[in-house]
Structure formats: C-alpha cells, structure tokens
Design a protein around this ligand. Structure first.
Ligand SMILES: [Zn+2]
Ligand SMILES: [Zn+2]
Length: 345
C-alpha cells in the first residue's frame, strides 16, 4: 500500500463485490482513522450480498463489524490517541430527533451509518467516536471485541423480552451467530429449558456446546412436538426467531405456549407479507415483538459482556479468510458451513 491508498471491498450490486485500491479515508478534526485488525462477516452482509440493502445505495463500502488500531486522530479528539486498540459500533443516533428524545435511538430518523470494515483502514466519524467507540482491555482480542455490534442487537432484543429465571425459551434458527448469542444471554438470565432449533447439525453442535438444554434439527424432528415434550405439553414461554425466513416466523408462533412472548428478530426481505392465524394471537394472547438494531446503551453493555467473558465470542468465529477472499467467507456463511468468519486484512 502506498501512503494514500488502501485496499477495500466495494459492494457494487447483489452478487458483485469489487476488491480495489481506494484513496485513504480523510479524517476531520474529531474523527479517527483505524487500521482494521479483524473484521467479521455478519448475516446482514450475507443478505446485502445476496439481495442488496434497503438503506444502502451501491456502490458502497462494505462490512461493519471490526476492531483495530488507531493510526490517526483528529486534533480535537480527546479520549483516543494513536496506538490505542479500539472497537466501534457501525451507527450513531442524532440524539435530537423525535425517536431519540423518546428513548428509542435505534429508530433515529438521522442514524449515522458507517460502513467499510472490509478494508485495510476505516474512518470513524465524530458522532461514533463520541458515542460508540471503546478501548480494548489488554486481555481482549480484536476478534472477540468485533462481535459487539451484533451482540448489542441481541442485548436490545432481550431487553424487550424481559426473560425471567426458569422460563422456557425456544430459539428458532439457533445455530446462526445471532441465535447462538441469544442462547448465551438466555442462559445467563437463568432460562430453562433452552431449546435450540435449526436445520444445520454443525451449528446445532455449537449450540449444544454452549449450553442448550436440547437441540432439535427441524428437518428430522417436528419442532412443535419437540418443544411441547420439553414444556409439559404447553409450548415455550419465550420464543426468539433468528433465521429471518417467513416459514420460521410462523414456526416461532407454532412453538409458543398460550400467553407467550414471541420475538421476530430475523428480518425478512422488504415487502414480505406473512399470513398468521389471528386466533393464536387473539385467543392465545401472544405478545409479538418486532426488534431492530441497537442503542448506544446496549452497545456499551455488549462491550462489557465480552470484556468480562460473559459471552463466548470465539465459539462463533469458526473460520478466517484474508480480506481479498471475503467472497469465500460470505459464501461459507451463506451455505451454513461457518457461523462467523474473521476477515483479516
Ligand atoms: Zn452485523
Ligand atoms: Zn435521532
């Protein structure tokens, strides 16, 4: 790399990435420039790669989970300096709009989104530096730290569910990175039993290792029966859908007991209509949560969870690829051959 160029991945169109030399990002007086040490693939990257993203207009920089070293700091940056190991979130709210003022910064009308983790260097803009950037303690590896963005989404999702000790939890699509994080947090809340439902045996093995009471491969076993068997015939108290498929949104309702809380965590393609049985929602009094993204507070708490070893991030990072082979990593994830892939510039 010359002084003013870097290698970066650009998302061109669904199914098309370009790995190219780009000018180094320029930083303002309150920004940071970070040399990426490790970036992680995420379900959102896979979805964007497959079908585009409703909020990004390509061509755009790509990737949003990363940790690295500060190599330049704007003259007005106070809390960070060159040489620090840092992790940053991928968004920051404005704190001024209607939703921010109502304590829902994840729904901010002016959310700043920062992309470009699949590159040698990334700029962290002012708003993110002030709200959502953290210094790594010595014992924390870059790859563990890089998981805080999706973990913060999971923390936010579980905040809504208010899981009580001893409640039964079924996780549909439990073997993906999001499902495996929900599993770990539900365990920490004292949920019991925790039933991990997925279609991928490799991923279910990880769910079992991380402490699922029972794993159910829904290709070979009826998940409704399996969940009833483990919950005195009632269904689960809490159900979390993490696969992002309309069929599994319905499975989530099917495995819920009367009066259950159900969270549809996995997003579906824009415009998807899901047909549900209103009887279940009305007479069985289901509470259904939609959930989106994270807040600065959930990000801070996620960071604390990984710092203190309360969430095993390493178990979710099953493979690694060099930056130029990012597409292989995304395909591995898409085909269920990996959970998360570490991408190393
Ligand atoms: Zn992510
Ligand atoms: Zn706002």
């Amino acid at each position: 790399m010359s002084d003013d160029n870097m290698w970066a991945t650009v998302f061109i169109a669904p199914g098309e990435l370009s790995f190219r030399q780009m000018p180094m990002p320029e930083i303002g007086p309150r920004d940071l420039l970070v040399k990426v040490n490790t970036a992680l693939t995420c379900g959102t990257d896979v979805k964007t790669y497959k079908r585009g993203h409703p909020k990004y207009n390509p061509p755009t920089l790509f990737g949003h989970e990363f940790a690295g070293d500060v190599v330049a700091a704007g003259k007005d940056v106070k809390d960070f300096e060159v040489g620090m190991r840092v992790v940053a979130g991928n968004t920051a709210p404005c704190n001024e709009c209607y939703f921010c003022k109502r304590g829902q910064p994840n729904l901010c009308d002016d959310l700043l989104v920062n992309l470009g983790a699949f590159a040698e260097y990334i700029r962290i803009p002012d708003r993110l530096v002030r709200q959502n950037t953290f210094t790594l303690p010595d014992h924390l590896s870059y790859r563990e730290a890089a998981i805080i963005e999706p973990l913060a989404c999971v923390v936010h999702g579980q905040d809504l569910l208010r899981i009580q000790p001893g409640e039964s939890v079924a996780i549909v699509g439990a073997g993906g990175p999001i499902g495996l994080m929900h599993l770990q947090l539900a365990l920490r809340q004292g949920s019991s039993p925790i039933i991990a439902i997925d279609v991928n045996d490799m991923r279910l093995t990880i769910a079992a290792t991380l402490g699922a009471t029972q794993v159910v491969n829904s290709i070979h076993e009826d998940p409704v029966e399996a969940v009833r068997d483990l919950t005195d015939g009632h269904g689960a108290d809490v159900v979390i859908e993490c696969a992002g498929v309309s069929d599994t949104w319905l499975t989530a309702l099917d495995v819920a007991r009367k009066g259950a809380r159900v969270e549809w965590f996995g997003g579906l393609p824009g415009g998807t209509q899901v047909k549900i049985d209103s009887t279940r929602v009305h007479y069985d009094e289901l509470t259904i949560f939609g959930v989106y993204h994270l807040t600065p507070l959930s990000l801070e708490r996620a960071f604390r969870l990984v710092c203190n070893g309360m969430v095993d991030a390493k178990a979710l990072i099953t493979h690694e690829v060099p930056l130029k082979n990012l597409e292989d990593g995304l395909k591995m994830m898409m085909e269920g051959r990996s959970v998360k892939v570490a991408v190393l510039p």
